[in-house]
Write a protein that binds this ligand. Structure first.
Ligand code: IMP
Length: 429
């Protein structure tokens, strides 16, 4: 049995990590979110019912598992309370099963207003953020002025600090962005009910995780977004504001690399991206229509149509290295069912020099033409297949070719939205 597992995205998010986390946490003690915030949207289908989680880790659906929102996550107390209530309405109790880091920075209304105002001002140069205040909240953390979850524990001090911060934000919102000012008393009023609600959950999650490691309990670390949305390793500035690659686990939890036993990269059988920015293998034709319709490629947080493309192994190989991946999990293979042919991007051609580049700088991704290998498609349905040998020959070849190019094993294949639509390959275990 694998011990501590990291599950992270190798593309631009929306790889289907939530379902994989749900599948692999069944026998774990803890499931931990370590970066991002409620910009994430993890869709799970259990008994035919769809549940979308934004902040609470996906493994929480197993009632033996404790969820942790660690210090690297930016937390909107209002959204968190809403999400807990949504789960409770569906009879999923998180009573004593959710722990929040005292050190998580808060997302409050001024972060959201700032995010939206900035995007508006950028106009055609906007980044296409989710508008959830993620960037401004991380800025506050780095600028050392953030309010953190621990600050909810002292209402008097909270009010004093909030007034000062709101003053700082109002200056920018009104003078620079010509937006309405914010009243800190309203933010405080809205925040107060969350304090009682969340108070007992706020703890030192790093210490809890260290104890879990000492007790040899299994931990699953759940990534949000994907490797090329990483603030350092992504397609900057079209990125999110956290480290969605492996480093985020370490800084975002206080657990060191020695305690990470298996790093699983989740990769969609094709590619998608929401928001703007370079996307080397992007498609604009009927295949785009097929992928977005069959794959239901619409953002689970914002509802936006996702851009689609063929699988890009140039960027995938980069993600394998950045994250020290142990293995890959291929998701949404069934979405490729019925296509006549399937392409894999294997290298890029520089548009200026016509040179074929195997290891292009990420800054060149906008000035390249993808080079493809063409593989036959398969007409048989793969939806719901649970054994490798039941996959059509062409689908197995497609999987083998990805392994050959990336040089790491594919340990899992997801063949549908349900938690049981999954192939566990022998190398997993
Ligand atoms: P932000 O994280 O809201 O600041 O948005 C920055 C970029 O990351 C935008 O292109 C978003 O569409 C993208 N993004 C953020 N979260 C997700 C996610 O969970 N899935 C896919 N894209 C995301």
């Amino acid at each position: 049995m694998k011990k501590n597992i990291v599950i992270l995205g190798t593309q631009w998010g929306d790889e289907g990590k939530g379902k994989i986390v749900d599948s692999l946490t069944q026998d774990s003690a803890y499931v931990v979110r370590y970066q991002g915030g409620h910009n994430a949207g993890h869709t799970l289908v259990v008994n035919g019912e769809k549940i979308i989680l934004h902040l609470i880790p996906s493994g929480i659906l197993h009632d033996n598992v404790i969820g942790i929102i660690a210090n690297g996550v930016v937390v909107s107390p209002l959204e968190l309370m809403k999400e807990i209530k949504m789960l409770e309405k569906r009879s999923i109790s998180i009573n004593n099963r959710l722990i929040l880091s005292h050190a998580s920075p808060l997302i409050l209304q001024y972060h959201i207003d700032m995010d939206v105002a900035r995007e508006k001002k950028l106009g055609i140069n906007a980044l296409g953020t989710t508008g959830r205040g993620i960037g401004p909240a991380y800025e506050d953390k780095v600028a050392r002025r953030a309010l953190r979850l621990s600050d909810l524990k002292d209402e008097k001090k909270l009010a004093i600090r909030l007034e000062k911060i709101v003053d700082y934000y109002n200056h920018q919102l009104v003078s620079f962005y010509h937006q309405k000012s914010i009243d800190y008393k309203i933010i405080l009023r809205d925040l107060l009910p969350t304090i009682d609600f969340l108070y007992d959950m706020i703890q030192d999650t790093t210490a809890i995780l260290h104890q879990a490691i000492a007790d040899k309990k299994k931990i699953v670390f759940e990534g949000a977004q994907g490797s090329f949305l990483d603030i350092d390793h992504g397609t900057y500035p079209y990125v999110t504001s956290s480290n969605s690659t492996i480093g985020g686990v370490i800084t975002g939890t206080g657990v060191g690399p020695k305690n990470l036993d298996y790093i699983l990269g989740v990769t969609k059988a094709y590619s998608t991206r929401v928001g703007y920015g370079p996307f080397p293998s992007e498609l604009f034709n009927n295949i785009d229509k097929h992928l977005s319709h069959k794959g239901n490629e619409f953002g689970s947080t914002t509802g936006r149509k996702r851009r689609t493309g063929w699988l890009d192994t140039v960027s995938l190989c980069r993600a394998v290295k950045i994250n020290s991946l142990s293995a890959l999990c291929i998701t949404k293979l069934d979405v490729l069912d019925g296509l006549d042919e399937i392409k894999i991007c294997i290298s890029y051609k520089n548009n200026h020099t016509s040179e074929i580049i195997k290891y292009p700088s990420i800054d060149d991704w906008e000035n390249i033409t993808p080079i493809y290998e063409i593989h036959p498609g398969w007409k048989k349905k793969t939806l719901g297949i649970k054994k490798l040998e039941d996959l059509p020959y062409a689908a197995r070849n497609y999987i083998s070719r990805i392994e050959e190019i990336t040089q790491i094993p594919i340990d899992l294949i997801s063949t549908g939205p349900d938690r049981f639509d999954i192939i566990f390959i022998n190398s997993y275990n």
